[in-house]
Design a protein around this ligand. Structure first.
Ligand code: HEC
Length: 124
């Protein structure tokens, strides 16, 4: 009787530890994927957006014949891309071409930064 009680409480303890450590690791993963950035005036073309475009977009959207006549290499040309088109392509919405078409979608942080840039009124 005493032995089985010990085993039962040991088992309960193990389950508790395993259970809580699972919860713990799940929470960490969640906070990693949900990086929420705050929109502020710091998110400008030159500080943030040019880096994203250069890394993921200008391979096609540059040069004498940029894809779809959209040149993303300079502030003057990139800020002319109408906001709803930009939002639509980077979020891979239906009825829109998915950009970039290769190499995977932009990270959620990059998408949020571009959204902020548009909300802030395309600051240079
Ligand atoms: C591999 C080449 C390539 C890359 C990289 C690329 N694009 Fe495109 N993009 C195209 C082509 C080609 C089109 C013309 C539409 C089509 O054929 O898909 C286009 C069209 C567009 C359009 C207009 C779409 C519409 O429906 O109005 C926008 C806006 C755009 N791209 C933005 C971007 C952005 C922002 C990035 C980076 C996050 C990017 N593109 C990366 C090739 C590319």
């Amino acid at each position: 009787m005493k032995k089985s009680f010990k085993i039962t409480s040991l088992l309960a303890f193990v389950l508790l530890v395993v259970g809580s450590s699972c919860n713990l690791s799940k929470k960490v993963v969640e906070s990693e994927t949900e990086t929420k950035i705050t929109c502020n005036d710091q998110i400008t073309y030159s500080s943030t957006i040019k880096g994203i475009f250069d890394a993921r977009c200008t391979g096609c959207h540059s040069g004498p014949k940029p894809a779809n006549a959209i040149d993303l290499t300079s502030y003057e040309t990139a800020s002319k891309v109408v906001a709803h088109r930009l939002k639509c392509v980077i979020t891979w919405s239906d009825n829109c071409n998915r950009m970039p078409p290769s190499g995977g979608q932009l990270s959620s942080e990059e998408i949020q930064q571009i959204n902020c840039w548009m909300e802030n009124g395309f600051k240079n």
